[in-house]
Design a protein around this ligand. Structure first.
Ligand SMILES: [Zn+2]
Length: 243
């Protein structure tokens, strides 16, 4: 990471990237990037756009078929995949840099699946000459076994790519890199693209309705606000460990 451009755009370069770095983020499900990493990814995507570096790559291990509120048709029609594509685009990832291998949702931690996943990530990193990997934390962010499995797969590959920098989410907020809330709309905007998962909409009509919560430029259904509350600190900050 010599010749850092940190001094050029100080606060955007949270991972101390060099213009020649090739950065990828690794998640388990289509909405993980928005929920857990939006501030870091938004900063990084803007930095990349400003410096003309290689666009972000994204590796989303599963299509998220296990969590569509029981709407099987939605998954069969490929709509969850469309949400994944839209979310990746939101973070500046062109389709050509988006990898959606379709590993089985909710089963990434099972021994066989985990070795297939790890091998697949290995060849993704090798094929795309990734120099910087950003991934979920050892505790998964919310303990989801797929999140934990994705973390371990990426971190275990340090032995194959000793020069690759790996940053993983620290859900206790005690990582070396802490990004305080930059613009909450960045996070909500990403979540809103996953409309099969979240009842979050842009507050275009400036609605004032007792059953809705206004957060930033968005309206969030009350029931949704409740189910988001365990994730509340991720709206406030993101923290990463450097490996
Ligand atoms: Zn997830």
């Amino acid at each position: 990471m010599a010749n850092t451009i940190n001094s050029l755009i100080e606060n955007r370069n949270v991972f101390n990237l060099d213009p020649t770095d090739r950065v990828a983020y690794f998640t388990a499900h289509p909405d993980d990037a928005s929920m857990f990493m939006a501030y870091a990814l938004d900063n990084t995507a803007k930095l990349i756009a400003e410096t003309g570096s290689e666009p972000l790559h994204a590796y989303i291990a599963s299509n998220g078929e296990a969590s569509t509120k029981g709407d099987r048709e939605f998954v069969l029609a490929g709509r969850r995949r469309e949400e994944a594509i839209a979310e990746a685009e939101y973070f500046g990832v062109p389709k050509s840099k988006l990898h959606l291998p379709g590993h089985p949702d909710s089963k990434l931690g099972e021994s066989y699946n985990h070795s297939v996943l790890t091998r697949d990530i290995d060849s993704f990193i090798d094929g795309n000459k990734i120099t910087t990997a950003i991934t979920l934390g050892a505790a998964g962010g919310d303990g989801h076994s797929d999140h934990v499995a994705t973390h371990h797969a990426v971190v275990s590959l340090q032995r194959n790519f000793p020069r690759m920098n790996i940053f993983s989410l620290n859900s206790k907020g005690r990582g070396e890199i802490v990004i305080s809330k930059t613009n909450i709309d960045v996070k909500l905007g990403g979540l809103a693209l996953n409309s099969s998962q979240f009842e979050i909409n842009r507050n275009e009509e400036n609605v004032d309705n007792g059953s809705l919560h206004r957060i930033g430029g968005f309206v969030v259904a009350s029931s949704q606000a409740e189910s988001l509350s365990p994730y509340k600190h991720y709206l406030e900050y993101e923290s990463y460990d450097a490996h």
